[in-house]
Design a binder for this molecule. Structure first.
Ligand SMILES: [Zn+2]
Length: 173
């Protein structure tokens, strides 16, 4: 599993977030209380209605689900969302693409989870406002920049990437 993730050629920081998500090593509120750290509340700061666990925050939360749904619409692909981060990662990366496309989908997945985690920290530590659309917009910019930098023969423009990412991936695979 980790071998598959490292092959994604994503940024080192997003690979570390992915690795920590798979191992339940992100300091989510449920994990902090398990190790005896007292918190004001255990609620997810994105939805304010469920306990914050890694599965909830990255996959099941209404806000992260909205981001995954917008991403599905962007790609024109339907993926399964109610599962663990590892299952979600595999389902997401394997849907609709083959070969190098698997790695590019992996970059999108790793970028979304690292941006959701950073957004969560922005809300908790800097009084940020929860904004799923902003996270998604940043995902489009960041994934395009990473894929352009990491893969040879990538000729699509940022606007082509925004309009039809699946064709861009197939064209480059
Ligand atoms: Zn939530």
């Amino acid at each position: 599993m980790f071998h598959k993730m490292w092959k994604m050629k994503s940024t080192p920081s997003s690979l570390i977030y992915g690795w920590r998500a798979f191992q339940d090593r992100l300091p989510t509120k449920d994990r902090l209380s398990r190790v005896g750290i007292r918190l004001q509340n255990s609620l997810c700061c994105l939805c304010n209605s469920n306990e914050e666990s890694v599965e909830h925050l990255l996959v099941a939360c209404n806000v992260s689900s909205l981001i995954w749904n917008i991403c599905d619409k962007w790609f024109g692909i339907q993926t399964v969302h109610h599962c663990t981060p590892i299952e979600h990662f595999l389902g997401f990366c394997h849907t609709g693409v083959v070969g190098k496309g698997f790695r590019m989908r992996g970059i999108v997945w790793l970028t979304i989870i690292s941006l959701v985690w950073k957004h969560r920290n922005e809300i908790i530590f800097r009084n940020g406002v929860c904004d799923a659309v902003e996270v998604f917009a940043f995902t489009q910019v960041k994934t395009w920049a990473i894929i352009k930098a990491k893969f040879d023969k990538v000729v699509f423009s940022f606007s082509e990437w925004c309009i039809d990412p699946l064709s861009c991936i197939k064209m480059s695979s």
